[in-house]
Design a protein around this ligand. Structure first.
Ligand code: FE2
Length: 420
């Protein structure tokens, strides 16, 4: 679980998703900061003369004096005989809530205040200042808010101008960008969930593949241990040759599944030896020509034994052709050059290196310099010359020494262990 979590966190897709999430968060932050600043900005709109009926940021106010609300009452305020009910309709068609607002109204003469409604009026000279009460304090688009006053004057009053001071709180639900933001967040969440689901599936597939690889590896290793056990001098041979061959292939440019196939193919290259009597295989002295012919039969016998092993394509090639020589003088088919399958040419080099570097009943192991001499002098005759430089490089940089040390008599670790 811990590993799965760290795999998720370290994956490039997860980092890209986090970056996208951070970018969306920054955009959302900027958007809501803008909304907040706009909501708190105190603004004043001035309306004068012919512009009094023109909306500014969706705001406009109209003054109405109903015909039946105009009268003459000379006794009420001396010198101001004309009384009227002045009604004001403030409309808001902005996609914003009007808040903390007040209105200043200018007239052509100085009026006297008789009464007012829906807020407080204050008369200063020819100007009236209006503050709404709590019922009319804030409103959205729709019916205009309404307030008014009964005023007296020499003649019917004319409004010469007005101003509205307010805060306009944007309505995010009416802003298209808000929906773009919601869409982005929605897409991000869906992508994130899809990523988690696909990651879990990939993890499961990888787990199954690793388990399958382990089963194949362990089955083949168990089988090859029977082969190697027949001859104390070749114990661990199949595993070491398989590791040399895979490294040789890797350095020569092979990769992926092909390297695994090469590894398995090499593990099974001497499988035919299982059919050779111990008396011949473990004979300490020189073999008779008949005994040598029996030994030489192990490639074809191995190839026959692997006939039914079809899960890994061409797995028989390693067993069948690893004793072919590049010059065509090998066995069992006498193939030459590139007629010999590529993997078999690699196995031939790795197999010969292990034979030369291992103890035999009839000789001590060769030292590295002697082995390099042998490899180079047989390059192009026994061995494919393309692979000799890589084998020499593996000897000189200490790779083969490490494998000989680590995979000596006991066979060492498994391929699956190495892939962990
Ligand atoms: Fe062999």
């Amino acid at each position: 679980m811990k590993k799965a979590l760290s795999d998720i966190i370290e994956s490039a897709s997860f980092k890209r998703l986090c970056l996208a999430g951070a970018a969306i968060a920054v955009i959302a932050g900027i958007f809501f900061a803008y909304v907040s600043v706009e909501s708190n900005r105190v603004r004043t709109f001035e309306y004068k003369n012919s512009g009094m009926n023109t909306k500014q940021s969706g705001l406009v106010m109209k003054m109405v004096v109903p015909d039946d609300k105009l009268w003459k009452d000379g006794s009420h305020f001396p010198g101001k005989p004309v009384g009227a009910q002045y009604e004001f309709y403030l409309s808001n068609s902005a996609d914003a809530k009007l808040k903390d607002w007040s209105v200043r109204i200018d007239f052509n003469e100085e009026p006297e205040m008789d009464s007012s409604w829906n807020g407080d009026f204050e008369v200063v000279g020819k100007t009236i200042f209006f503050d709404p009460d709590k019922f009319t304090e804030s409103f959205r688009d729709g019916d205009p808010t309404y307030f008014g006053a009964v005023l007296y004057s020499e003649d019917k009053l004319n409004m010469t101008g007005y101003s509205i001071t307010c805060r306009l709180q944007p309505d995010v639900l009416k802003m298209p960008f808000f929906y773009v933001l919601v869409f982005l967040i929605f897409i991000w969440i869906i992508t994130f969930l899809a990523y988690l689901v696909s990651f879990a599936k990939v993890e499961r597939i990888q787990y199954l593949r690793k388990r399958d690889a382990l089963m194949i590896e362990q089955s083949i290793r168990t089988f090859t241990s029977f082969i190697d056990a027949k001859d104390t001098y070749t114990r661990g041979h199949s595993v070491r040759v398989a590791i040399y061959a895979r490294e040789l292939g890797r350095r020569a440019g092979l990769d992926g599944e092909e390297l695994n196939t090469l590894y398995y193919e090499t593990l099974l290259h001497d499988v035919g030896k299982i059919s050779i009597p111990d008396s011949i295989l473990q004979k300490p002295g020189v073999l008779t020509p008949e005994e040598y012919e029996i030994i030489k039969g192990h490639p074809t016998r191995g190839s026959e034994m692997l006939k039914a092993f079809t899960a890994i394509p061409n797995i028989r090639d390693g067993a069948h052709y690893h004793h072919e020589r590049f010059d065509g003088k090998g066995y069992p088919d006498g193939l030459a050059g590139e007629e010999i399958p590529l993997h078999a040419r690699i196995i031939c080099v790795a197999d010969s290196f292990d034979a030369m570097s291992s103890l035999r009943s009839y000789r001590a192991p060769y030292d590295n310099n002697r082995i390099i001499e042998e490899l180079e002098s047989n390059s192009g005759t026994q061995f494919d010359p393309d692979f000799i430089p890589y084998m020499v490089e593996m000897i000189q940089d200490g790779f083969t020494d490490r494998i000989r040390y680590e995979y000596g008599a006991d066979g060492g670790r498994s391929l699956a262990d190495e892939q962990k």
